[in-house]
Write a protein that binds this ligand. Structure first.
Ligand code: SAH
Ligand code: SF4
Ligand code: F3S
Length: 440
């Protein structure tokens, strides 16, 4: 039997798909070259914004064709979108041909459910929340030989008022420290050079244990320090961190860790204090500024990127102007910018004063224009500089060239050789664009 997995959504989902692939392979399945060759198709879904859901509805709708061509094919949808309370509508319309629907708590049981469908049962929907951890002690199928993702905490307790994640991924559960460390060591042994520590809020690592009275439970800083000791791992990244839990003291710890310190991703969401409060973010622009100041003081070479939401309910032109001014002052290396998207079941979705789409789009455009000019300035500062790049492979946009990343997570396009893939190479930057650097 052959499987094919299509993944939507964030890095957490990418990694979940690696684990699902690992689970299927240990149950005897093999990867299919493409959709048409598959006996089992798994769609791993996301519901962070309406645009994601629309894409997935379309994809799932199109899978009907697979059933016509190959009536025995098993179609499964798993992940965040399936865990939503409102999923019935999809199942009645675009998803009637799905054989298996599993939420985020049950997806590891896929082989068992496939067997049941093969035995004649179906369709099966299991979105129960029996809070079992996703068993990632199982071998996951690495999608890269030198870069790997490692879960450190599941779920989210923050309940930002716009966000669906806590509703579909449950409460925070930290993963056992020894299990994480042993995974890091095994990854280093097989030649992995870069790791990404994953969680919706990595800074909360260990807090659940401390709340339960385990005063000496490890925290995120200790985890970073221990991970830094793993020989062979050259770069450590993490995703995502929350400014509420990111103290200037944590910056001090990170500044002493050369494998970690050159890149920060710290989602700001808004540069207006009133909106931050309505978003339930738990920090002010002044708090954010204090963290950023410490980063710039300790590691002026570090790149800092952020996430921003435009058009949160009640955001006035003056509020938005505050965001523009704050972003200009922060001088981010890059920003991932999003139009606010109402998510059913979240407080923001029913707030009065929803911002019209046209206004949101116009604001987004102004924000992107500002950020692009800042990004370009940052990148131009690299001209003539020597950088160390971890080589990823051929550039997708320009297959005559190779692509890799600096310690500060900047993409570099250069003339490379196949044997450099997975290696650290020294390059001198000769070109700077908004989204990447060049060395050729
Ligand atoms: N846990 C991560 C974020 C995961 S979602 C964190 O807190 O950083 C990634 C980004 O999507 C968020 O940072 C936010 O900017 C954006 N996002 C989340 N919900 C959204 C919504 N309803 N509409 C638009 N953007 C949203
Ligand atoms: Fe969503 Fe906020 Fe949790 Fe991030 S921290 S996943 S934005 S609720
Ligand atoms: Fe999407 Fe779920 Fe990630 S909603 S962004 S796949 S946590």
């Amino acid at each position: 039997m052959k499987y094919y997995i299509k993944t939507f959504g964030c890095q957490m989902n990418e990694h979940d798909s690696e684990i699902i692939a690992g689970i299927l392979e240990s149950a005897g399945y093999q990867p299919a070259a493409d959709l048409a060759a598959a006996d089992v198709v798994v769609v791993n879904t996301c519901c962070i914004r309406e645009s994601a859901e629309n894409k997935i509805r379309g994809y799932i709708g199109n899978l009907k064709a697979c059933k016509y061509q190959k009536p025995g094919v098993i179609l499964a949808a798993v992940g965040c979108m399936m865990q939503q309370k409102t999923i019935d509508g999809l199942l009645k319309r675009q998803g009637r041909h799905l054989d298996i629907v599993l939420g985020t708590y049950q997806q590891h049981r896929l082989p068992e459910y496939i067997a049941r469908v093969l035995a004649g049962e179906g369709p099966i929907v299991d979105i129960s929340e029996d809070n079992q951890d996703f068993p990632d002690e199982l071998p996951s199928r690495l999608s890269s030989k030198y870069s790997a993702q490692v879960n450190i905490i599941y779920g989210c307790n923050n309940f930002c008022s716009y966000c669906i994640v806590p509703h579909v991924r449950g409460r925070e559960r930290s993963r056992d420290f020894a299990a994480i460390m042993s995974e890091l060591h095994s990854l280093a042994e097989v030649g992995v050079k870069e790791i990404m520590l994953l969680g919706q809020n990595v800074n909360s690592y260990g807090k659940d244990w401390r709340r339960q009275g385990q005063a000496d439970a490890p925290d995120f800083a200790e985890l970073l320090q221990a991970a830094s000791q793993v020989e062979g791992i050259e770069r450590i990244r993490y995703m995502s961190s929350h400014p509420r839990d990111f103290s200037p003291q944590l910056v001090d710890v990170i500044s002493d860790l050369p494998k970690v310190r050159d890149y920060y991703h710290l989602p700001l969401q808004s540069g207006c204090d009133r909106i931050l409060q309505a978003m339930n973010r738990g920090y002010s622009t002044a708090d954010y500024q204090a963290i950023l100041a410490r980063i710039r003081e300790k590691t002026p070479q570090a790149a800092v990127t952020t996430d921003l939401i435009v058009g949160f309910p009640g955001e006035t032109e003056a509020d938005f102007q505050q965001t523009l001014d704050f972003v200009a002052g922060c001088r981010f290396d890059a920003a991932y910018t999003f139009l606010y998207s109402p998510r059913s079941g979240t407080p923001a979705a029913t707030m009065a004063e929803q911002v019209p789409l046209a206004v949101k789009k116009e604001r987004l455009q102004r924000l992107v224009t500002l950020q692009n000019s800042l990004s370009l300035e940052h990148n131009q500062a690299y001209l003539g500089q020597k950088v160390q790049v971890l080589v990823e492979g051929l550039s997708k946009n320009n297959p005559d060239f190779y692509t890799g990343r600096t310690a500060s997570n900047k993409i570099v396009i250069f003339e490379g050789r196949p044997e450099q893939i997975g290696q650290l190479v020294d390059l001198t930057i000769t070109g700077a664009k908004t989204w990447h650097l060049e060395a050729f």
